[in-house]
Design a protein around this ligand. Sequence first.
Ligand SMILES: Nc1ncnc2c1ncn2[C@@H]1O[C@H](COP(=O)(O)OP(=O)(O)OP(=O)(O)O)[C@@H](O)[C@H]1O
Ligand SMILES: [Mg+2]
Length: 349
Amino acid sequence: MVTISDDTRTSAGLGTKSEPLLRVRDLTIEFPSAGGWQTTVDGVSFDVGAGESVALVGESGSGKTVSSLAVMGLTAATGGRIARGSIEFDGRDLTKVHEREWRKLRGRGMGMIFQQPIRSLNPAYTVGDQIAESVRKHLGLDRKAAMARAVEMLELVQIPRAKERVTEYPHAFSGGMCQRVMIAMVMACNPRLLIADEPTTALDVTVQAKILDLLRDLQEQTGVALLFVSHDLAVVAELCERVVVMYAGEIAENAAAEEVFFRPQHPYTSGLLASIPQPGLNADRRLVAIPGGIPAAADWPTGCRFAPRCGHVTPGVCDVGHPPMASVPTGEARCLRVQDLDLQGVSVR
Ligand SMILES: Nc1ncnc2c1ncn2[C@@H]1O[C@H](COP(=O)(O)OP(=O)(O)OP(=O)(O)O)[C@@H](O)[C@H]1O
Ligand SMILES: [Mg+2]
């Protein structure tokens, strides 16, 4: 195992010296099921610093969207409840504030973009009207100023001929353009945190790369913090400074991005890395999918939740005790055998 400097350790997350912008602790979310309330997100803790880009990564069903929606104050709206934990934004615990406060925060404090931008836009209004409506509501601008802001924002997200296109309806925009419009709408109110839930999954690869470039540019220009949700480690490699890996409702590993890629501490992270193509790096290596699938919340094993799929499992250890989150030199990992393993990361720097 490699020892790293205190500075890198601090940037690995929990234990950040200055107060983070977003501080999630022990977040536990339940949904109703036939047998009563079922836990689907279980004791999740992570930070996002001001201006930082953090990835929330994991296979389908690991709890990324449920966690992100909780940060946006939308748990109840999706039928769930926060059973435990806190979500501090700028020092305030949002689990204790009134819905009115959430509505204010959702505009000016934080915004979220989703996988299917076309579904988030109203087909009956022009894109300009939709951006303007958002800034009128949250920033109190008059109609003319709001429209000017809409054009300015379309320019910021690099939509050509913004002055003309502002009067067009969403159907006239491609999927990638709709995602730019969504980003414009959210960024128009100057949020401090942008949550992007698989924002490029529905787009083709070249458009995907452009949206990632745009998010990077926006971060540089505005200093907005980014919580980037993805099932794809390859996508987050370029964009994010820190990676939080989720598995079966909990965090498996939390470390600086470089550490996660080159020195993964959890077998699940190592498995995710082995299953992504890295042109020029592992072209000669067969991609290895992690066997099996993520268990449904009702079937979470009592020991390590990853044990049934883990190539490093020690019977009598991993299938018995539920591993606590442990400090490791790179950050944190939830694996009982973390001290003994020498896991494979990306092979070349
Ligand atoms: N409204 C809901 N009611 C009941 N269960 C839900 C609800 N929303 C999510 N879940 C459950 O919570 C778990 C986590 O779902 P979530 O959508 O957060 O996964 P995800 O990591 O975002 O996956 P994906 O990559 O497919 O988007 C899943 O088992 C899902 O079935
Ligand atoms: Mg999701």
